[in-house]
Design a protein around this ligand. Structure first.
Ligand SMILES: [Ca+2]
Length: 529
């Protein structure tokens, strides 16, 4: 247990440092790199939807700052992984390429095994920033277990946005309820929404929850925002898959009882659209978006989808609650109660073994620069006066040009889409959010306040998907997973099978097939104390 606590404390320290030191790169005081050597051109294949490559001011800036000219081939974003696999299979290997996936990609593993790409640890002295910007958990996304866990791809880590559960603030007020904190609170809210006509139209046409099936990872019936209220932990903390944890049947009982009480949209199981809950929320027929949702998608002004919400609900108000806490805790415990959040990797960068020595050096300069505040700023925000109007490094806000300003004569460069995911890292260090949204200073301040508040009680934890052996076990148990998601859970919730029928199958068939997870986690983290 001691070791486990130490991990938590270390992560919290990092979090508190990163949230208190809010300021990030300021071009005015932090300076701009200058390159005085020769410029090297490297061929690059990337997934850069909508980027304009001709006269791209950022690409020109890279030549000036780090002496690298990127000769970029863009492949169709939606088909990217298969297109780059075809390109490489045909023997056309660019000096550097991006793979829109991580180490779980079988082609990536194969290219590493075939010796087509560099082990980046052999180039560590040329990309030192990668090893300080990224931590051991991040680097796992670029490792190949079959090659002594060598690092063959540089992971692009994504910014973290705390999770939130959105509720109808206007309905809470009408129903005389507070924002739900625990499963009991959510139960009460859902039943009230379903039975007390909160939209006041005299028709029985609202439901508390519209649950959707998404599988045992990434949301759905065992959604993270909800399951934490039942003490269910990530697999890498519990050393067990979620259905094998104690809280799992409590969660299932919660749904079963809530369904019986009318708090869940009755025909949820007929819906195959995984976003049906969000559509129903926007339409004003359910009381909360059910799947794990980020603060970005909860704060009304941040999501395009919110336009539909306000069209359908002109007087509606959306409020952001925390992920659930266990029964018996209160909102006042929020600061002592921790939620789990898993960082995510948004692809890896690889360097070809066929690249010339100069090209390898240049590719490393680019990746190394991309792991600095200056690099993150240039490759995601761009250049002041061209790509954006102004940047406030303390409030982390970027002011864009209006359409009229973009169309001003003599400023044609403002119309160029010069960035579009050119970044090597998609966050500040420690997954810090790049910019805070909002249309007014009040909205921006509100966003930052919520970010700080929600961020306070989060633990960043690593993802079992990167653990050697997990992908194989998942494949082996794919049929069981489908049966759990599509059949057993749904049947128990709607009363089609008894609790005993469900638990017999769960504990005699499903859970034994996943016991190996304990060994998989132990191999990385050591024994659970
Ligand atoms: Ca109604």
């Amino acid at each position: 247990m001691k070791r486990y606590l130490a991990i938590i404390v270390a992560v919290l320290l990092v979090l508190s440092l990163s949230t208190s030191a809010f300021a990030v790169y300021d071009p005015a005081t932090d300076g701009v790199s200058e390159w005085d050597g020769e410029v090297t051109t490297i061929t690059v294949t990337d997934r850069l939807p909508g980027i304009q490559l001709d006269n791209n001011p950022i690409l020109k800036e890279l030549e000036k700052r780090i002496g690298v000219k990127l000769d970029i081939s863009v492949l169709d974003a939606a088909q990217y992984n298969s297109l780059i696999a075809s390109q490489i299979a045909a023997g056309d290997i660019p000096d550097m390429f991006y793979l829109w996936d991580n180490s779980s990609n079988v082609n990536f593993q194969k290219w590493a095994q075939e010796g087509l790409i560099w082990n980046l640890e052999e180039l560590a002295d040329k990309i030192p920033n990668a090893f300080t910007w990224l931590n051991a958990n991040d680097l796992a996304y670029g490792r190949v277990p079959s090659l002594d866990n060598g690092l063959y791809g540089l992971p692009r880590m994504q910014q973290l946005t705390p999770d939130a559960i959105p509720y109808r603030g206007d309905w809470l007020e009408k129903l005389g309820l507070e924002i739900p904190v625990t499963p009991d609170d959510l139960f009460e809210y859902c039943v009230a929404v379903s039975t007390q006509d909160p939209d006041g139209n005299g028709v029985d046409d609202t439901w508390g929850l519209f649950i959707t099936q998404l599988g045992d990872k990434g949301g759905g019936l065992i959604d993270k925002n909800i399951r934490e209220g039942f003490g269910i932990e990530p697999e890498t903390v519990a050393y067990k898959v979620i259905p094998a944890q104690e809280g799992f049947m409590d969660l299932m009982d919660f749904y079963h009882d809530l369904y019986a009480a009318g708090g869940i949209y009755p025909e949820f199981y007929l819906e195959s659209d995984i976003y049906a809950d969000q559509e129903a929320f926007r339409a004003g027929t359910v009381g909360t978006m059910f799947k794990t949702t980020s603060l970005d998608h909860t704060m009304p002004y941040r999501s395009n989808a919110s336009e539909a919400f306000y069209q359908n609900n002109p007087d509606g108000e959306v409020v952001a609650g925390y992920p659930l806490q266990p029964n018996g805790t209160t909102a006042a415990d929020a600061e002592n109660y921790f939620h789990y959040i898993t960082m995510s990797c948004w692809g890896v960068f690889c360097i070809s073994k066929n690249a010339s020595e100069e090209a390898v050096d240049a590719a490393c300069r680019f990746l190394n620069f991309g792991c600095t505040e200056e690099g993150v700023h240039l490759l995601t925000n761009g250049i002041e006066g061209i790509n954006y109007k102004s940047w406030d490094p303390v409030l982390r806000t970027k002011v864009a040009f209006t359409q009229a300003e973009k169309e001003e004569p003599g400023h044609e460069e403002r119309l160029i889409n010069a960035i579009s995911y050119l970044c090597v890292q998609q966050s500040w260090k420690n997954y810090g959010k790049l910019t805070f949204g909002g249309n007014t200073p009040e909205e921006k301040a509100e966003y930052m306040k919520r970010y700080n508040e929600l961020n306070h009680g989060y633990i960043v934890y690593d993802n079992i998907d990167t653990y050697p052996g997990y992908a194989d076990l998942k494949t082996k148990n794919a049929e069981l997973t489908t049966k759990l998601n599509d059949e057993m859970m749904v049947q128990y919730i709607v009363g089609g099978i008894t609790r005993d029928e469900f638990t017999d199958w769960l504990y005699n068939v499903y859970c034994p097939a996943w016991e190996e997870v304990e060994d998989i986690v132990e191999a990385v983290r050591g024994p659970k104390e």
